[in-house]
Design a protein around this ligand. Structure first.
Ligand code: PLP
Length: 365
């Protein structure tokens, strides 16, 4: 057993997993109490009357190739949200263990920990250094029982990529003490290499990837957890049986093929141009004080009057995210980059909201 696995909950390490119906495609199924006929109109290839293969071999090999890792290092789940939940449940003992997060960051790490009864230690990102990771502070915050350190890179909602070397240093210094979980939901928008290939030498590194953002498949609910094979095996025993719906599996295989991969790359290039344009135009508006540099598909803006910007967006028929309850984000809003038309509409709406009342919606005073 690898040393990192010793950090897992002992009761999970010895858990006898649910024995699902054997997967033997060469035989006709009379062992899973399924209906032998399909529902009329069932559009799937394999038939929704049948339970799906638990970790479908074709899907796992496909995702592994997509992310450049061996199949035994990848667990597919219902979005990266399931990966977050699984790793917290498998490693944190309720009432005893804890996780470290670096706020402002993605909300699910804390929610999953709280559901599991794990404590949450917060080590803020360094706002004055563009929300950089505070490696020394994370290391200083580690204590007995801290099992996981969550790092979101590029970070949601600040948009910035974390320093690769800083993450590798954390992994090395926390070896045998904690797992470092790097959430790369937006990595495709950053034009840098994923850390996924580093799992071969960093035993306590876990990477989360998702099809929800770059591949336009948020509704399919599919993500991947990439880690040492022994960690993947452990989590495969905790995941719900038949967790990946037939619809999801077939959609993912169809919409992430070579052709759709090319479509995704083209759209990302368009989106990145729009990100630059949107950022520049927003920065020039009187209601916007600052636009943070982004490595993802959204931008964080600091407003002179955030309520007025929110209202202007709504008046233009658009909803943007209000993350102001999060530490260090007073007056900030998060805007997902839209189509050129949507971005224009938002810019016009915010520009109009800054004018004195008498001038709004008129071309001359
Ligand atoms: C959107 C997002 C996810 C995606 O989760 P899925 O469950 O894969 O849709 C994960 N992490 C972060 C930081 C996100 O913003």
């Amino acid at each position: 057993m690898i040393k990192t696995l010793e950090l897992a909950r002992p009761d999970i390490l010895t858990l006898q997993p649910y024995q699902h119906a054997a997967w033997v495609p060469s035989l006709e199924r009379m062992h899973a109490n399924e209906m032998p006929w399909r529902a009329s109109g069932d559009p799937t290839v394999s038939g929704m009357n049948r339970y799906p293969e638990p970790q479908p071999e074709e899907l796992i090999e496909h995702l592994a190739a997509l992310y450049g890792v061996p199949p035994e290092n990848l667990l597919a789940g219902r979005g990266s949200d399931e990966g977050i939940d699984l790793i917290v449940r498998a490693f944190c003992r309720a009432g005893r263990d804890s996780i470290i997060i670096c706020p402002p960051t993605f909300g699910m790490y804390k929610v999953s920990a709280r559901i599991q009864g794990a404590d949450v230690i917060e080590v803020p990102l360094l706002k004055e250094r563009g929300f950089a990771l505070d490696v020394d502070a994370v290391l200083a915050a580690w204590r007995e029982g801290v099992k996981l350190v969550f790092i979101c890179s590029p970070n949601n909602p600040t948009g910035n990529l974390m320093d690769r070397q800083a993450i590798e240093t954390l992994c090395a210094k926390l070896a045998g003490k904690a797992l470092v979980v790097v959430d790369e939901a937006y990595i495709e928008f950053a034009h840098v290499e994923s850390l996924a290939t580093r799992i071969a030498s960093l035993e306590n590194l876990v990477i989360l990837r998702t099809l929800s953002k770059a591949y336009a498949l948020a509704g399919a609910r599919c993500g991947a957890l990439i880690a040492h094979a022994e960690i993947v095996s452990l989590l495969a025993r905790v995941i719900t049986p038949y967790s990946l719906p037939t619809h999801t599996v077939e959609s993912v295989l169809k919409f992430t093929d070579r052709e759709h991969g090319q479509e995704s790359r083209t759209r990302i290039e368009t989106l990145l141009k729009e990100r630059t344009r949107l950022s520049e135009r927003l920065a020039a508006l009187p209601l916007i004080r600052r636009v943070w540099r982004s490595d993802s598909n959204f931008v964080l803006v600091e407003c002179a009057d955030a309520d007025r910007v929110l209202a202007a967006a709504a008046a233009a028929g658009l909803i943007i995210r209000d993350p102001r309850s999060q530490q260090a984000l007073a007056d900030c809003l998060r805007i997902s980059v839209g189509t050129p038309e949507q971005n224009d509409r938002l810019i016009r709406g915010i520009a109009a909201a800054a004018m004195p009342t008498g001038q709004r919606n008129t071309s001359s005073p």
